[in-house]
Design a protein around this ligand. Structure first.
Ligand SMILES: [Zn+2]
Length: 204
C-alpha cells in the first residue's frame, strides 16, 4: 500500500512486475484479503466474508467480477485524466459502475440493520467500501494531486504530497532504485567510453 489512498492502491492491484502484468486480485478471497491492509475492512469482517463466500461462491464471484469492472473503469478514467490538467475526473463507465454499487449499498445497509452478516448480500461489503473510496477521490479531488510512476512499464498511481520536486516513483525501493541503478550503469558506460577514447599518454 504505497499510493497514499486506497482508491489508488486498488487501481495499482493490476501491476507490472519484471515485465509481466500481474493481477493481485485474481478472485474474491484475494479481494477480501487485500482490503484489510488497504484499511477498507477489519480483520473480523474479512473472516466473516470468507466464511460467507464458501457458503455462497456464486455471489462471491459476482462481487469480485463487479470489483474488477470498477477497477477497469477507474483505471481508464485515471489514464485519461492524470497528466491532462483541466480534465474532469469522470467518465460514463465509471459513473455506471458507481451507480450500480451505490444501489447495492442500500441492500447492504439493510443487512447491517438486521445484524445478519451470514446472508449472501453481505458479500458486497468490500465492493461497496472500494466504491466509496473511488467515489471520494473522483468527486472530491481538491488538494490531492495524483501522480504516476515514471518506471517503465510500472505506471502505478499515487498521491503526490511532495512540497518541492514532484514525486517520481511509486516506491523508492523498487522503481526508484531500478532507475538509480540504470542511471549509474549508464554513467559508468559513458565514463569507460570516454576513457578508451583518450589519446595514449594523455592519462599521465
Ligand atoms: Zn513504479
Amino acid at each position: 500500500m504505497l499510493a497514499g489512498d486506497p482508491a489508488l492502491d486498488f487501481v495499482n492491484t493490476l501491476h507490472w512486475r519484471d515485465d509481466c502484468e500481474v493481477d493481485f486480485l485474481p478472485d474474491y478471497r484475494a479481494l477480501v484479503e487485500w482490503s484489510v491492509p488497504a484499511a477498507l475492512l477489519s480483520a473480523g469482517e474479512c473472516q466473516t466474508l470468507l466464511d460467507c463466500a464458501s457458503a455462497s461462491p456464486d455471489k462471491a464471484d459476482e462481487a469480485h467480477r463487479q470489483a474488477i469492472m470498477l477497477r477497469t473503469a477507474w483505471r481508464n478514467t485515471l489514464d485519461n485524466v492524470v497528466g491532462n490538467p483541466g480534465r474532469r475526473m469522470e467518465s460514463d463507465d465509471l459513473r455506471r459502475e458507481l451507480v450500480q454499487i451505490f444501489a447495492i449499498s442500500e441492500r447492504l445497509m439493510q443487512v447491517e440493520q438486521d445484524g445478519n452478516h451470514k446472508t449472501a448480500d453481505f458479500l458486497a461489503l468490500p465492493l461497496v467500501r472500494i466504491g466509496i473510496a473511488v467515489a471520494s477521490l473522483a468527486m472530491i479531488p481538491a488538494g490531492r494531486r495524483i501522480g504516476r510512476c515514471e518506471g517503465d512499464p510500472c505506471g502505478g498511481y499515487f498521491i503526490d504530497s511532495s512540497r518541492t520536486k514532484p514525486r517520481r516513483w511509486c516506491s523508492m525501493d523498487s522503481c526508484g532504485n531500478r532507475a538509480k541503478v540504470r542511471g549509474h550503469r549508464a554513467r559508468l558506460k559513458s565514463a569507460a567510453q570516454a576513457f578508451t577514447c583518450e589519446p595514449a599518454g594523455k592519462a599521465s
